[in-house]
Design a protein around this ligand. Structure first.
Ligand code: HEM
Length: 450
């Protein structure tokens, strides 16, 4: 074909250098990625980020083959818009052999569509919304009626509120991955109600962080979910910066004691995320002005109902007890599930991650937790973490049908598929933390040893 420019991987990779934020990309010339052997420029002057509903997450795929990430997040609607950013083809000499595992996953996707697995049961989600809300109402009932008279009732109310926040998190997650409605606006609207108003976590903040995690799970320096230094180290890569810490640095204390500090750290996670949600919306990260206003209003509604309930109906000490139990309890319940999903599994540098196709990376970095009535409910279906990463828009109630098919494909292609119990997962996490803590204790402050 004449007139079509061809690109080498070196050119594509080169265009991505030093582009970590929208600002870097918009002032830094072309920024390429390849999707199905075609090359797209989302760099300066293309206006990509003004139109992209997925926001900045596409930056995680710059300089790479973004085919897998594109497949899991998009509909035909997005394909129609791709021509606006198309600039040429991948040089035929640089096109590698098709990945057989990926090909089988694409066949599986078609099969699942035919089986109706992507069709959500509205009745199931109605039940989940109603049952989750009833936990909040039970908590509010106890606070309103016994907040001034019974400490035991306040303890029960605080724990119920923690569970309500956790379960709201899973439900908002389902809507915001567009598992429930075909119309994306309905999903987003439910996301604002459950995520912002019920739970106090911002939709835009969450999408920004969570979709990047999906694109580059357990890739050191790229996946925000393992960027927990200087509080917890999940890999030898994270320890690389350890020789910079002095004996007196808090970070040295935290990492060398991380197996003991792990659960207390989880306890503060909800407060950290709620604060990040507010800070994210104070800046200029949400480009669309209507969305920015909705974010602020809905977060304000959350804090208004929650603080009114706490302080209008409880004695001051019981109010503090309620706050403590609901905030720290939720932190533990939410963050424990997040850690079981991926932590203690292999972590790769960006260079090492290149050995894997997008779908392989999702499998080898994820951990499934064996399904029981309790684990399905407690983790909000995220115990099927591997299947969720392969097909983020798959409704929660389809996972049990899909898991054996994914497991079989992994076996066929010799891709390591890991499944264990909740306790087994916790044990693996603590093993990893304590192994790294021991390594950290041996690393000496570089300046001291000179
Ligand atoms: C030329 C390339 C791209 C175009 C034209 C494009 C366009 C779109 C469009 C139109 C949507 C709305 C949903 C839909 O209609 O399917 C969307 C959503 C999304 N895109 Fe992209 N996209 C591109 C590349 C990427 C890449 C490389 C990523 C990296 C992970 C990405 C991540 C997302 C995410 C996470 C969403 C979902 C956001 C949400 O619904 O909340 N996109 N994109």
């Amino acid at each position: 074909m004449t007139g079509v420019r061809t690109f080498t991987w070196a050119e594509i990779e080169q265009s991505a250098l030093k582009k970590k934020t929208i600002l870097d990309v918009e002032k830094g010339g072309p920024a390429y990625m390849a999707i199905h052997n075609k090359v797209y420029d989302i760099g300066a002057g293309t206006g990509f980020f003004r139109m992209h509903p997925g926001g900045a997450v596409a930056i995680s795929q710059l300089g790479k083959d973004a085919s897998g990430a594109f497949e899991v997040f998009h509909t035909e609607n997005a394909e129609a818009m791709m021509s606006d950013f198309y600039v040429g083809d991948l040089d035929p000499k640089e096109i590698g052999k098709p990945n057989e595992f990926k090909k089988d996953i694409e066949i599986l996707r078609t099969k699942l569509t035919e089986m109706g697995c992507f069709e959500s049961s509205k009745l199931y989600y109605l039940y989940k919304v109603a049952s989750t809300l009833s936990i909040c109402l039970a908590s509010a009932y106890l606070v309103i009626n016994y907040g001034r008279t019974s400490t035991l009732a306040v303890v029960a109310a605080g724990l119920l509120m923690a569970v309500f926040f956790q379960q709201s998190g899973w439900l908002a997650h389902d809507f915001l991955h567009h598992q429930v409605f075909k119309n994306r606006t309905y999903n987003d609207a439910m996301g604002y109600m459950i995520g912002n108003i019920w739970q106090g976590f911002s939709v835009s903040w969450w999408k920004d962080k969570h979709c990047v995690h999906h694109s580059v799970p357990n890739v050191h320096g790229e996946d925000p979910d393992i960027n927990t230094m200087p509080f917890l180290a999940w890999s030898e890569h994270a320890l690389e910066m350890f020789s910079d810490f002095k004996d007196t640095d808090v970070a040295r204390f935290m990492i060398t004691n991380q197996p003991i500090l792990f659960f207390p750290i989880l306890g503060v996670a909800r407060m950290a995320w709620a604060t990040s949600s507010i800070r994210f919306n104070m800046g200029d990260k949400v480009i669309n002005p209507t969305q920015a206003l909705i974010e602020k209003l809905t977060l304000a509604v959350h804090w208004s109902w929650y603080l009114t309930l706490t302080f209008a109906f409880c004695t001051p000490l019981r109010a503090l007890l309620f706050l403590f139990l609901s905030q720290c309890g939720c932190g533990l319940l939410l963050a424990f599930v997040f850690t079981v999903n991926h932590n203690g599994m292999p972590v790769y540098s960006p260079q090492e991650a290149k050995q894997f196709d997008f779908y392989e990376l999702q499998v080898v970095t994820g951990r499934d937790v064996i399904s029981t009535t309790f684990s399905d409910w407690f983790t909000g279906g995220l115990n099927y973490q591997i299947e969720h990463h392969m097909f983020p828009t798959l409704p929660r109630h389809s996972f049990a049908k899909v898991q054996p098919l994914v497991e079989e494909l992994c076996k066929k292609h010799d891709v390591s598929f890991h499944k264990t119990s909740l306790l087994g997962g916790a044990g693996e996490i603590l093993d990893r933390l304590s192994g790294l803590a021991k390594q950290a204790a041996k690393i000496r402050y570089a300046a001291k040893s000179e």
